[in-house]
Design a protein around this ligand. Structure first.
Ligand code: PLP
Length: 415
């Protein structure tokens, strides 16, 4: 596999991740479980530790550590706004995780919809962007589902058929965490604009691999999770200027009643939020340019291009192994995340993952809560798929080890 010299510095940054020096069964541990959550660089760990060591306190008081805590949270909002191309921190809310934020938002949106109104979801999505909307059926809201094609891409003709003048919201993923598909959000934005519906995008699986520009995409809401892009376990909600103020999300008297705070019930995880800013700074450190945003965008571009080379190699080589079926769309287009799911004839994905673990390789089995696409593709009753995902710290040598291990499983040499 040829890695252009312009990307060589990327996997070298692995030394900044303490967990990557771990051994298992005599092998250096190779983390291909990034889609379930990436490893964390020292800078992120330091930010969390520093918060606890220097200014652990609650917010909105009148003494030094509370003032610093306020500042840390606001700076983190600004950093995430730059990460997503949003106008400012006022568009960024934090929460426990993406699922909880989306659920809370869905209850609020449910209150402004009327019986007969429609929501369009997709078969491709993670349950976190299906369940909350399906629950609104109890309120008389029609929830329709856009189908997927056998290659794991969305059926845009079905999309055009199902969107109509009653559609109030389209809730879709940017990228599939099970199949690696990247959806055409711009096309969908055009269709939702035409009928005056809101567009909510789950970018949890897209954000670690591509730069995002919420303003040019024209999305109304976008959610992601920092633990998927080298950060901490924090969920993030972007909401378009003024929009969250119009959604009657559940609030308490104790809370600020306006965006971005109105969806943040109770005390936030301040230390983890300090780690979110450090993760965005870390990504920016891969890029160049004058502004922080330019650094983030060019950093993400470089990271994504490097990961694409590794992902493409995995996809191509796995396809050549006897008995292996690779799911999801091919790597011909750049719009593919480096997440590769496969099945092996006569093997349960759990067994495959256990065997890979023996060689010090972390990979996931099953449906990864993307239950619907795995079900539609007829893979649920077979235990789902085995999934490997590439992150910026993976190396060509690790890819080679992975491919050899899968080939050895196929030959019965790894048992
Ligand atoms: C595509 C996608 N959406 C949503 C989620 C849920 O995110 P969280 O764990 O932050 O609730 C995940 C988690 O794996 C995901 O991959």
């Amino acid at each position: 596999m040829n890695i252009d010299s312009k990307y060589r510095d990327i996997p070298e940054r692995r030394k900044e991740f303490p967990s990557l020096s771990r051994m298992h069964n005599g092998y250096p541990l190779a983390f291909f479980d990034g889609p379930g959550g990436t490893q964390v660089p020292q800078a992120v760990i330091d930010a969390v530790v520093s918060y606890y060591c220097t200014c652990n306190s609650n917010t909105h008081g009148f003494f030094v550590t509370t003032n610093e805590s306020d500042m840390i949270l606001e700076k983190a909002r600004e950093a995430v706004a730059s990460f997503l191309g949003a106008s400012g921190g006022r568009n960024i809310s934090f929460g426990h995780n993406m699922t909880t934020l989306n659920y809370t938002l869905s209850r609020g949106i449910g209150k402004v919809l009327l019986p007969g109104d429609e929501i369009l979801i997709t078969q491709l999505d993670h349950e976190a962007n299906r369940g909350p909307w399906l629950a609104l059926r109890e309120e008389g809201i029609q929830v329709r589902e856009v189908e997927i094609l056998p290659d794991g891409t969305l059926d845009y003709d079905d999309f055009r058929d199902k969107i109509n003048e009653n559609t109030r919201l389209v809730a879709m993923g940017f990228s599939s965490n099970a199949l690696g598909t990247v959806n055409d959000v711009s096309l969908v934005r055009g269709l939702t604009h035409k009928v005056g519906a809101w567009l909510l995008v789950d970018a949890v699986h897209y954000a670690p691999h591509f730069p995002i520009d919420v303003n040019s995409l024209g999305v109304d809401f976008l959610l992601c999770s920092a633990y998927k892009f080298y950060g901490t376990h924090i969920g993030i909600l972007y909401s378009r200027e003024g929009l969250l103020d119009r959604i009657p999300v559940y609030t308490l008297r104790t809370q600020e009643q306006h965006a971005p705070y109105c969806i943040e019930t109770g005390t936030l995880n301040h230390a983890a939020i300090a780690g979110v800013k450090a993760a965005v700074d870390f990504i920016a450190s891969f890029g160049s340019g004058g502004s922080f945003r330019e650094k983030i965008v060019s950093g993400m571009d470089r990271i994504g291009e490097f990961e694409h080379i590794l992902g493409k190699e995995i996809y191509k080589e796995l396809k050549g192994i006897k008995g292996v079926e690779v799911a999801g769309p091919g790597f011909d287009s750049d719009k593919r995340v480096p997440t590769v799911s496969f099945t092996m004839e006569g093997m349960d994905p759990i067994e495959i993952c256990k065997l890979l673990d023996r060689r010090g390789i972390c990979a996931w089995d099953g449906h990864f809560y993307a239950i619907r696409p795995i079900e539609v593709l007829g893979l649920l009753e077979k235990g789902g798929v085995t999934r490997v995902g590439v992150s910026l710290y993976n190396t060509p040598e690790e890819v080679q080890r992975l491919l050899e291990a899968v080939a050895d499983i196929g030959k019965g040499k790894l048992r």
